[in-house]
Design a protein around this ligand. Structure first.
Ligand SMILES: Cc1cc2nc3c(=O)[nH]c(=O)nc-3n(C[C@H](O)[C@H](O)[C@H](O)COP(=O)(O)OP(=O)(O)OC[C@H]3O[C@@H](n4cnc5c(N)ncnc54)[C@H](O)[C@@H]3O)c2cc1C
Length: 468
């Protein structure tokens, strides 16, 4: 290792080892590139990125714990009585840490097997072809690179009246790391992160309230998808205040205001989940001539290139901030930088909200399809028609298929209900393969399964001719 201002040469320098960066690094190494990955590590990242350490995996682990506890206390199936179920959050945290460590080791092994060099430190560009990495021991390493790939992800956005303090006003990272269930939690922001964590804590016994500035929860999603989740929140006793803005802490409470006046909700802890900001402000991007927009996002072309030698992927680019989108972009960027023809042009990026019930969506909604000028056909099959849903004890939800009549193809699928997160993959494949409703209808789906919802919806759009 060279310490000091003498620069080491790097063929491809990847900044950030999240689902974008590590997947890109592995693909580039497969293509024969010599790859160096730099990640600053804890507390918000490391091998596997925010997704593994403080995002997707920790939140899904908490949701699983909360769901199991909820089922134990209020079974949804008949004939079960369970007494004495209790939550041990320190034990949960130890279990979660073990999962995260095991998966991070998997990423490390994958990159090591491809001969990728890993460097822990915070990178900043300082010349058009050079970057400096601040190492944990206070030293620096300099890299002169041929090409660079920026995959530095994002961090929680803060709210002026409620600065994060790590004690009472918390980020999603803080809440996912709690070792005691708070008596009350005020959630600011009814996007997917706020609702996933809010519902989980409600199931674990917190008195949860949600304050949202928009006039409905999950404002980024089609309204019909959010309705069953509103019912789910009501079932859990979560108080939701819409069209409301936060005023600030007020003793033990959080004060908010709306057109009816001012109110308060109990707030032993407050989760501020109003969105995420891209980690581009401290990267020295002017040194490499890569601009950002007002939101701090980097503009890229369909090959994920921000300039001739620099690519950007994942949460630092515009579009849904999702791990699988970052990974898919990572493959495209690695190939494009390595001279392989590639473009990021998916027919649909599936998006999941792991609320109760779950929401999954891919492709166009009815509204988007109509706005796009398609000859739209839509059908919705309620979950109440599913025998499997009845045996699971969860039948609030539906499967909706949006198709283009003229082109006879599926444009979009939305699902609400148990395991929607798993079921959406078939719909994604259908859209990517330009399947028609008849293709889905003609595919035998196993009974009794929740997958029959998609089959039933497609069948309604692909009626078989009656016998003459
Ligand atoms: C609570 C929560 C739940 C989520 N749940 C889901 C989910 O269920 N499904 C889903 O698809 N997405 C989910 N997400 C979103 C998902 O985590 C992100 O979209 C994804 O992690 C983005 O990947 P990325 O590679 O762009 O960046 P990240 O995963 O954020 O990785 C960026 C990496 O860059 C490193 N880094 C940053 N700056 C520097 C620097 N200057 N020098 C060196 N290293 C640096 C960081 O340490 C980090 O490891 C969730 C997010 C949160 C917060």
């Amino acid at each position: 290792m060279v310490v000091g201002e003498l620069a080491e040469s790097a063929d491809l320098l990847v900044v950030g080892a999240g689902p974008g960066g590590y997947v890109a690094a592995a693909r580039a190494a497969q293509l024969g590139r010599t790859v160096t990955v730099v990640d600053r590590g804890a507390p918000e990242g490391g091998l596997g990125g925010a997704c593994l350490h403080v995002g997707c995996i920790p939140s899904k682990a908490l949701i699983e714990l909360a769901g199991a506890y909820e089922h134990a206390r209020r079974p949804r199936v008949g004939g079960l009585e369970l007494d004495g179920a209790r939550v041990d959050l320190p034990a949960f945290q130890a279990w979660k840490r073990a999962i995260v460590e095991r998966l991070a080791t998997g990423v490390e092994n994958l990159l090591a097997a491809q001969g990728v060099e890993l460097v822990t430190g915070a990178l900043r560009f300082n010349k058009p072809d050079q970057a400096v990495v601040a190492l944990p021991d206070g030293q620096s390493r300099y890299f002169e690179f041929e090409q660079a790939l920026i995959a530095t992800g994002s961090r929680p956005a803060s709210l002026a009246p409620l600065p994060f303090d790590g004690e009472r006003v918390l980020t999603s990272t803080d809440v996912l790391g709690l070792d005691r269930v708070p008596g009350s939690l005020a959630v600011v922001g009814a996007g997917y992160i706020g609702l996933e964590i809010g519902q989980a804590l409600a199931k674990l016994g917190s008195q949860v309230s949600v304050i949202e500035a928009a006039d409905r929860v999950l404002p980024a999603l089609d309204e019909a998808l959010a309705e069953p989740v509103m019912r789910g929140l009501a079932r859990l006793g979560v108080e939701v205040h819409l069209s409301s803005v936060v005023v600030g802490l007020d003793g033990d409470d959080l004060a908010y205001a709306n057109e009816e006046g001012r109110g308060t909700v109990p707030a032993e802890r407050v989760l501020v989940a109003i969105g995420r900001v891209p980690n581009t402000d401290d990267l020295g991007l002017p040194a490499v001539g890569v601009p950002v927009d007002d939101a701090g996002l980097i503009a890229v072309d369909e090959r994920m290139l921000a300039s001739a030698s620099i690519a950007a992927i994942g949460d630092v680019t515009s579009g849904p901030a999702l791990a699988h989108r970052a990974s898919a972009q990572g493959i495209v960027a690695a190939e494009a930088l390595s001279g392989v023809p590639a473009a990021f042009d998916p027919a649909g990026v599936p998006a999941i909200v792991f609320t109760d019930p779950e929401i999954a969506s891919v492709g166009l909604t009815e509204q988007q399809a109509r706005a796009g000028g398609f000859d739209v056909a839509v059908t919705t099959v309620p979950l109440a028609a599913s025998g499997r849903a009845a045996t699971i004890g969860e039948d609030d939800g539906f499967t909706r298929v949006v198709a283009d009549r003229s082109d006879d193809r599926v444009l979009g699928v939305q699902m609400v209900g148990p395991h929607a997160s798993e079921l959406i993959a078939e719909a994604t494949l259908a859209i990517e393969m330009v399947a028609s409703p008849e293709d889905l209808r003609g595919t035998i789906h196993p009974h009794p399964t929740l997958s029959e919802g998609l089959h039933a919806a497609a069948a309604r759009l692909a009626p078989r001719p009656a016998r003459r």
